[in-house]
Structures are given as structure tokens and as C-alpha cells.
Design a protein around this ligand. Structure first.
Ligand code: ADP
Ligand code: F6P
Length: 323
């Protein structure tokens, strides 16, 4: 049996649909195993300032279907300082918190690792729509965001068809192109540009459009990841260089909200429960992950050293499927 009797849970960094399902699973599994569960509001800011209350099974009623995070989230510049981290760890001790479940991305894990150095145990759950956490194949919210973008592409395709236009759609992913790449396949895009590849307007966008036109295409979808950016300018260049009328849409934060898909709800629930099971067994400083389609966990330093790369095969497949 573990000495961990009181756990905290917080969400940090960008919010993602399914975070509520994860909070619910942490709270109810924790209570099931006889732990006291403290909800920490607004990420590390809330920890520093003691914005912390005990949660009951009823605190998480009626949230599994809601996007966002009932605990709210924050980016905390104060927590980046050694002083802020000490304040946060001291506050955890004030509330008797032995270990914290941190739901967030890589940045939040780096923060969590700093907490471990101050004697607070942590377990990380991957929560970000970007799916850019190296140790895991899946992050909470990614599936919902993909479906939101897919719905937008389908709608945009209808009007692109009617007007014989090119639609340029900018999707989220400041540093990662997983959303862009996968909706490119699912939405049948003619061209996809990602932060992970060198961007050449002529090679990556103009040429595929002209070649498509020569094969009889009359409307086109181009996906631009936020990290490449410039959808409006790209649309202008497409018109000028190809003569195809073009319109740009920047999807923005609509991708971060909305009711989570079944997959996000189930995975968030399984991951939340797994986090508590690790703590129940006295295991701390771990990150819960999906690897080879199975739930697993990694030591936090090991997880933070891992690298993730874009599958070149999917990029090539996208080109073949848009012939
Ligand atoms: P994400 O968790 O989605 O990657 P951020 O990178 O914005 O989001 O990180 C969320 C918060 O985690 C930051 O506001 C900061 O308080 C904390 N954090 C991020 N990077 C570090 C770091 N290197 N050391 C300590 N804390 C960090
Ligand atoms: O949640 C991931 C993400 O959407 C990134 O793709 C983007 O870079 C960032 O968050 C933007 O977040 P915010 O607008 O909250 O700063």
C-alpha cells in the first residue's frame, strides 16, 4: 500500500476536449480507492495561490460531455521561476497534497518535473489537441479536434465545389503538424504544409494545384498548419500564380472546444483511472501514455527526452490519394 492519501488534480497549458472526462476519472477513481482528491484551479497559478478545494464524486457530475476544463487552465510565468515552484510545492504541503495529477502538454510536464524536485509526486496525463507529446501516440482532445476540422473541411469543400475555387484552411499546430497531416488525408486535400517540413510555395502548393487542374480537377483544398501560417497570403499567391480563385479560412480556437468524441471520453477516462492506480501503488513521477495502442507509463525524465517525428509515409500517401 502506498503512503499517498491525498492527491491533487490540475489542468495546465492549452485546454482540450476530454480534459473534463479525465478530471472525472481521477476524482472518482481516487475516491473509490479511499483517497482525498483536491481540485487545483487554473493550473500552476492556482497551486501557487492556493486556489484549491476538495472534490467529491458530485463535483464531477454532468461534465463528461463538456469541452474545456471545469478546473480551468493557465499559463503561469511565475511558476517558471525557482521561487514560484517553491511557493507551489509549499502550498501543496499546506493542503496536505502528497501527489498531483497534471493534465497538460510537454511544458506542463517540465513544470511537474520541477515539483518532483521539491518533494511532490506527480503523474502526467497527455492533454493537448496537438498530439505532439513524444512518449504517446495519442493525446486527450486530439480526436475531437480532428473531427471539428474535418467537419469544417467538408463544409468548405461544398462551397469550393460550387464556385470552382481553391480553399486554403489554416489549422492549429504551432510546432506540430499532426492535425494538418491527418485531416489532409481524411479531407482529401490537394496539398498540406506542416511546420516539420521545409516550405516551398511553388513545390508544395502551386505545382500540385496546376497538376491537378491538368488532370481535370476544378476545386482544391489546401491545409496549412498554424506553424507555417500565412493562409491569407497563400490564397492570394494561388490566385495570382494559377488563376484559380482562392479563399482562406483560419479555423482558430473553434478547434479547442466542443463536446469530446467517444474516443476522447473513453481514453481520457482510462488514462485518468490509470494515473490514480499508479499513485495507489505508490508509483510517482510517471507519464501515462498510449504506446503500440496499449496504455502504459514512462518515467517523467525518460518521457521528456523522447522525440516524435512526422511519418513521411503519410505525407507521400496524401500526395498519391489526391491524384
Ligand atoms: P503545455 O503544457 O500545453 O505544453 P505550456 O508550454 O504553455 O503548455 O506550459 C504550461 C505551463 O507549464 C507554463 O505556463 C509554465 O507554468 C509551466 N512550464 C512550461 N515549461 C516549463 C519549464 N521548462 N519549467 C517549468 N515550468 C514550465
Ligand atoms: O492547444 C494547442 C495549441 O492550439 C497550439 O496549436 C497553439 O500553438 C496554441 O495552443 C495556442 O494557444 P493559445 O491561443 O491558448 O495561446
Amino acid at each position: 500500500m502506498s503512503d499517498i492519501k491525498t492527491i491533487g488534480v490540475l489542468t495546465s497549458g492549452g485546454d482540450a476536449p476530454g480534459m473534463n472526462a479525465a478530471i472525472r476519472a481521477v476524482v472518482r477513481t481516487g475516491i473509490y480507492y479511499g483517497m482525498k482528491v483536491m481540485g487545483i484551479r487554473k493550473g500552476y497559478n492556482g497551486l501557487i495561490h492556493g486556489d484549491i478545494t476538495e472534490m467529491t464524486a458530485r463535483s464531477v457530475s454532468d461534465i463528461i460531455h463538456r469541452g474545456g476544463t471545469i478546473l480551468q487552465t493557465a499559463r503561469s510565468p511565475e511558476f517558471l521561476t525557482a521561487e514560484g515552484q517553491k511557493k507551489a510545492a509549499d502550498m501543496a504541503k499546506v493542503f496536505g497534497i502528497d501527489a498531483i495529477v497534471v493534465i497538460g502538454g510537454d511544458g506542463s510536464y517540465r513544470g511537474a518535473r520541477d515539483l518532483t524536485k521539491q518533494g511532490i509526486g506527480v503523474v502526467g496525463l497527455p492533454g493537448t489537441i496537438d498530439n505532439d507529446i513524444a512518449c504517446t501516440e495519442y493525446t486527450i482532445g486530439y480526436d475531437t479536434a480532428l473531427n471539428t476540422v474535418q467537419d469544417a473541411i467538408d463544409k468548405i469543400r461544398d462551397t469550393a465545389y460550387s464556385h470552382e475555387r481553391c480553399s486554403v484552411l489554416e489549422v492549429m499546430g504551432r510546432h506540430a503538424g499532426y492535425i494538418a497531416l491527418n485531416v489532409g488525408i481524411a479531407g482529401g486535400a490537394e496539398a498540406v504544409v506542416l511546420p516539420e517540413m521545409e516550405f516551398d510555395l511553388n513545390k508544395n502548393i502551386i505545382k500540385p494545384i496546376i497538376e491537378g487542374r491538368n488532370r481535370g480537377k476544378k476545386h482544391y483544398v489546401v491545409i496549412v498548419a498554424e506553424g507555417v501560417g500565412g493562409a491569407i497570403e497563400i490564397a492570394k499567391e494561388i490566385e495570382e500564380r494559377t488563376g484559380v480563385e482562392a479563399r482562406a479560412t483560419i479555423l482558430g480556437h473553434i478547434q479547442r472546444g466542443g463536446s469530446p468524441t467517444v474516443y476522447d471520453r473513453v481514453m481520457a477516462s482510462l488514462m485518468g483511472a490509470k494515473a490514480v492506480e499508479l499513485l495507489k501503488d505508490g508509483l510517482v513521477n510517471r507519464i501515462v501514455a498510449l504506446k503500440d495502442n496499449k496504455l502504459t507509463d514512462f518515467e517523467i525524465n525518460e518521457a521528456l527526452e523522447m522525440k516524435k517525428s512526422i511519418d513521411q509515409g503519410i505525407i507521400e500517401l496524401g500526395k498519391i490519394l489526391s491524384l
